[in-house]
Design a protein. Sequence first.
Length: 251
Amino acid sequence: MFDLTNKTAIVTGAGSGIGRACATALAHAGANLALVGRRKPQLEDTAHIIANKALVLPADVTRQADIDKAIAQTRSHFGNLNVLVNNAGVLHVGNAETITEEQWDQTFNVNVRGVWLFSRSVLPGMRQAHGGSIINVASVLGINAARNRAAYAPSKGAVVLLTKSMALDYAPENIRVNAICPGFVETDLTAEVISRAPDPQAVRRERLAVHPLGRFGQPEDIAALAVYLASDDASWVTGATFPLDGGYLAA
Protein backbone atom coordinates (compact mmCIF):
# COMPACT_ATOMS: atom_id res chain seq x y z
CA MET A 1 0.00 0.00 0.00
CA PHE A 2 2.85 2.40 0.84
CA ASP A 3 5.82 2.77 -1.48
CA LEU A 4 9.28 2.88 0.10
CA THR A 5 11.24 2.27 -3.10
CA ASN A 6 14.70 3.86 -2.99
CA LYS A 7 14.48 4.47 0.75
CA THR A 8 16.94 2.92 3.20
CA ALA A 9 15.92 1.92 6.71
CA ILE A 10 17.84 0.83 9.78
CA VAL A 11 15.94 -1.38 12.23
CA THR A 12 17.40 -2.12 15.66
CA GLY A 13 16.52 -5.31 17.49
CA ALA A 14 15.82 -6.77 14.05
CA GLY A 15 16.57 -10.37 14.94
CA SER A 16 13.13 -11.31 16.25
CA GLY A 17 9.64 -10.17 17.19
CA ILE A 18 8.57 -6.63 16.36
CA GLY A 19 11.95 -5.74 14.88
CA ARG A 20 11.90 -8.66 12.47
CA ALA A 21 8.31 -7.90 11.45
CA CYS A 22 9.11 -4.21 10.88
CA ALA A 23 12.17 -5.06 8.78
CA THR A 24 10.23 -7.55 6.69
CA ALA A 25 7.31 -5.18 6.12
CA LEU A 26 9.59 -2.27 5.20
CA ALA A 27 11.43 -4.49 2.73
CA HIS A 28 8.16 -5.67 1.17
CA ALA A 29 7.24 -2.01 0.68
CA GLY A 30 10.45 -1.56 -1.31
CA ALA A 31 12.97 -0.26 1.23
CA ASN A 32 16.60 -1.33 1.56
CA LEU A 33 17.23 -2.70 5.06
CA ALA A 34 20.10 -2.56 7.51
CA LEU A 35 19.49 -5.02 10.35
CA VAL A 36 21.05 -4.12 13.69
CA GLY A 37 21.19 -6.26 16.83
CA ARG A 38 23.53 -8.09 19.18
CA ARG A 39 22.82 -11.61 17.89
CA LYS A 40 24.19 -12.21 14.41
CA PRO A 41 22.48 -15.59 13.78
CA GLN A 42 19.04 -14.10 14.41
CA LEU A 43 19.82 -11.14 12.15
CA GLU A 44 20.88 -13.57 9.43
CA ASP A 45 17.55 -15.38 9.81
CA THR A 46 15.76 -12.08 9.25
CA ALA A 47 17.98 -11.33 6.27
CA HIS A 48 17.10 -14.72 4.80
CA ILE A 49 13.41 -13.82 4.99
CA ILE A 50 14.04 -10.47 3.32
CA ALA A 51 16.37 -11.99 0.70
CA ASN A 52 18.81 -9.68 -1.05
CA LYS A 53 17.71 -6.33 0.40
CA ALA A 54 19.18 -6.72 3.87
CA LEU A 55 22.54 -5.80 5.34
CA VAL A 56 23.42 -7.64 8.58
CA LEU A 57 25.14 -5.39 11.14
CA PRO A 58 25.77 -6.89 14.59
CA ALA A 59 25.99 -4.00 17.05
CA ASP A 60 25.22 -2.90 20.59
CA VAL A 61 22.90 0.15 20.56
CA THR A 62 24.43 1.44 23.81
CA ARG A 63 27.89 1.83 22.23
CA GLN A 64 28.52 4.90 20.11
CA ALA A 65 31.35 3.22 18.21
CA ASP A 66 29.06 0.36 17.17
CA ILE A 67 26.38 2.82 16.08
CA ASP A 68 28.81 4.91 14.05
CA LYS A 69 30.11 1.80 12.29
CA ALA A 70 26.61 0.54 11.49
CA ILE A 71 25.53 3.88 10.04
CA ALA A 72 28.72 4.23 8.01
CA GLN A 73 28.29 0.73 6.57
CA THR A 74 24.65 1.42 5.76
CA ARG A 75 25.40 4.64 3.90
CA SER A 76 28.38 3.09 2.11
CA HIS A 77 26.33 0.10 0.97
CA PHE A 78 23.07 1.82 0.04
CA GLY A 79 24.12 5.42 -0.50
CA ASN A 80 21.38 7.01 1.58
CA LEU A 81 19.61 6.85 4.93
CA ASN A 82 15.94 7.73 5.29
CA VAL A 83 14.35 5.73 8.11
CA LEU A 84 15.36 4.57 11.59
CA VAL A 85 13.22 2.19 13.65
CA ASN A 86 14.43 2.19 17.26
CA ASN A 87 13.05 -1.14 18.40
CA ALA A 88 15.79 -2.71 20.55
CA GLY A 89 14.69 -2.99 24.18
CA VAL A 90 14.79 -4.95 27.41
CA LEU A 91 12.14 -5.67 30.05
CA HIS A 92 12.82 -6.50 33.69
CA VAL A 93 9.91 -7.30 35.98
CA GLY A 94 9.84 -5.81 39.47
CA ASN A 95 8.78 -2.93 41.69
CA ALA A 96 10.96 -0.15 43.08
CA GLU A 97 12.29 -2.44 45.81
CA THR A 98 12.90 -5.61 43.82
CA ILE A 99 14.46 -4.14 40.66
CA THR A 100 18.22 -4.30 41.04
CA GLU A 101 20.57 -1.44 40.22
CA GLU A 102 22.00 -3.53 37.39
CA GLN A 103 18.52 -4.11 35.92
CA TRP A 104 17.64 -0.42 36.26
CA ASP A 105 20.84 0.66 34.54
CA GLN A 106 20.46 -1.86 31.71
CA THR A 107 16.84 -0.84 31.14
CA PHE A 108 17.70 2.83 30.76
CA ASN A 109 20.90 2.16 28.83
CA VAL A 110 19.11 0.13 26.17
CA ASN A 111 15.60 1.57 26.15
CA VAL A 112 16.49 5.26 26.47
CA ARG A 113 20.20 5.92 25.94
CA GLY A 114 20.28 3.59 22.92
CA VAL A 115 17.33 5.39 21.33
CA TRP A 116 18.94 8.78 21.96
CA LEU A 117 22.38 7.74 20.67
CA PHE A 118 21.07 6.12 17.50
CA SER A 119 18.58 8.92 16.79
CA ARG A 120 21.11 11.72 17.03
CA SER A 121 23.61 9.71 14.99
CA VAL A 122 21.33 9.34 11.95
CA LEU A 123 20.60 13.06 11.74
CA PRO A 124 23.52 13.97 9.41
CA GLY A 125 22.47 11.31 6.88
CA MET A 126 18.84 12.38 7.04
CA ARG A 127 19.83 16.01 6.52
CA GLN A 128 21.78 14.97 3.44
CA ALA A 129 18.63 13.19 2.19
CA HIS A 130 16.58 16.37 2.89
CA GLY A 131 14.46 14.65 5.51
CA GLY A 132 13.72 11.36 7.19
CA SER A 133 11.57 9.40 9.61
CA ILE A 134 12.58 8.19 13.07
CA ILE A 135 10.15 5.67 14.55
CA ASN A 136 10.55 4.81 18.23
CA VAL A 137 8.93 1.65 19.57
CA ALA A 138 7.79 2.70 23.05
CA SER A 139 4.92 1.04 24.93
CA VAL A 140 1.46 1.69 26.34
CA LEU A 141 3.36 1.58 29.64
CA GLY A 142 5.04 4.78 28.55
CA ILE A 143 1.58 6.36 28.81
CA ASN A 144 -0.03 4.44 31.69
CA ALA A 145 1.87 2.63 34.41
CA ALA A 146 1.44 -0.98 35.52
CA ARG A 147 2.38 -3.05 38.53
CA ASN A 148 5.90 -4.51 38.63
CA ARG A 149 7.22 -2.36 35.79
CA ALA A 150 9.11 0.16 37.94
CA ALA A 151 12.04 0.41 35.51
CA TYR A 152 10.39 -0.49 32.18
CA ALA A 153 7.47 1.95 32.34
CA PRO A 154 9.62 5.00 33.24
CA SER A 155 12.05 4.11 30.46
CA LYS A 156 9.27 4.00 27.88
CA GLY A 157 7.82 7.24 29.24
CA ALA A 158 11.21 8.80 28.60
CA VAL A 159 11.12 7.50 25.01
CA VAL A 160 7.71 9.14 24.48
CA LEU A 161 8.98 12.54 25.63
CA LEU A 162 12.27 12.18 23.75
CA THR A 163 10.15 11.54 20.65
CA LYS A 164 8.16 14.74 21.16
CA SER A 165 11.25 16.80 21.93
CA MET A 166 13.11 15.62 18.83
CA ALA A 167 10.02 16.12 16.69
CA LEU A 168 9.93 19.79 17.66
CA ASP A 169 13.67 20.28 17.25
CA TYR A 170 13.99 18.72 13.80
CA ALA A 171 10.66 19.46 12.12
CA PRO A 172 12.19 22.47 10.30
CA GLU A 173 14.58 20.02 8.60
CA ASN A 174 11.74 17.70 7.52
CA ILE A 175 12.91 15.01 9.93
CA ARG A 176 9.84 13.43 11.50
CA VAL A 177 9.92 11.61 14.84
CA ASN A 178 7.02 9.47 16.07
CA ALA A 179 6.42 6.76 18.66
CA ILE A 180 4.45 3.54 18.46
CA CYS A 181 3.15 2.34 21.83
CA PRO A 182 2.23 -1.35 21.59
CA GLY A 183 0.13 -3.18 24.12
CA PHE A 184 0.79 -6.85 24.78
CA VAL A 185 2.38 -8.30 21.64
CA GLU A 186 3.21 -11.99 21.19
CA THR A 187 7.02 -12.02 20.98
CA ASP A 188 9.90 -14.05 22.40
CA LEU A 189 10.42 -11.28 24.98
CA THR A 190 6.85 -11.35 26.31
CA ALA A 191 6.79 -15.16 26.21
CA GLU A 192 9.92 -15.25 28.37
CA VAL A 193 8.41 -12.82 30.89
CA ILE A 194 5.22 -14.88 31.18
CA SER A 195 7.12 -18.15 31.47
CA ARG A 196 8.82 -16.87 34.64
CA ALA A 197 5.48 -16.23 36.37
CA PRO A 198 4.30 -18.73 39.02
CA ASP A 199 1.19 -19.45 36.92
CA PRO A 200 1.89 -18.53 33.28
CA GLN A 201 -1.58 -19.49 32.03
CA ALA A 202 -3.24 -17.32 34.67
CA VAL A 203 -1.07 -14.40 33.60
CA ARG A 204 -2.02 -14.92 29.95
CA ARG A 205 -5.72 -14.92 30.84
CA GLU A 206 -5.29 -11.77 32.92
CA ARG A 207 -3.46 -9.97 30.11
CA LEU A 208 -5.99 -11.06 27.51
CA ALA A 209 -8.90 -9.83 29.61
CA VAL A 210 -7.70 -6.21 29.52
CA HIS A 211 -7.58 -6.08 25.70
CA PRO A 212 -11.15 -5.35 24.51
CA LEU A 213 -10.53 -6.69 21.00
CA GLY A 214 -10.08 -10.11 22.58
CA ARG A 215 -6.63 -10.99 21.27
CA PHE A 216 -2.99 -10.14 21.81
CA GLY A 217 -1.13 -8.11 19.24
CA GLN A 218 1.09 -9.70 16.63
CA PRO A 219 4.40 -8.19 15.49
CA GLU A 220 2.84 -7.60 12.07
CA ASP A 221 0.29 -5.25 13.67
CA ILE A 222 3.12 -2.97 14.75
CA ALA A 223 4.98 -3.34 11.46
CA ALA A 224 2.01 -2.08 9.45
CA LEU A 225 2.03 1.23 11.32
CA ALA A 226 5.82 1.49 11.02
CA VAL A 227 5.56 1.23 7.23
CA TYR A 228 3.03 4.06 7.15
CA LEU A 229 5.16 6.30 9.37
CA ALA A 230 8.21 5.58 7.21
CA SER A 231 6.39 6.55 4.04
CA ASP A 232 5.79 9.91 2.40
CA ASP A 233 2.08 9.38 3.03
CA ALA A 234 2.85 10.33 6.66
CA SER A 235 4.64 13.53 5.66
CA TRP A 236 2.43 15.63 7.99
CA VAL A 237 2.83 13.32 10.99
CA THR A 238 5.42 14.13 13.63
CA GLY A 239 5.58 14.22 17.41
CA ALA A 240 2.72 11.71 17.60
CA THR A 241 2.31 8.86 20.06
CA PHE A 242 0.27 5.97 18.66
CA PRO A 243 -1.22 3.46 21.13
CA LEU A 244 -1.54 0.16 19.27
CA ASP A 245 -3.07 -1.94 21.97
CA GLY A 246 -6.32 -3.72 21.12
CA GLY A 247 -8.22 -1.11 23.14
CA TYR A 248 -6.17 -1.56 26.34
CA LEU A 249 -5.93 2.16 27.14
CA ALA A 250 -9.61 2.74 26.38
CA ALA A 251 -10.83 0.18 28.92
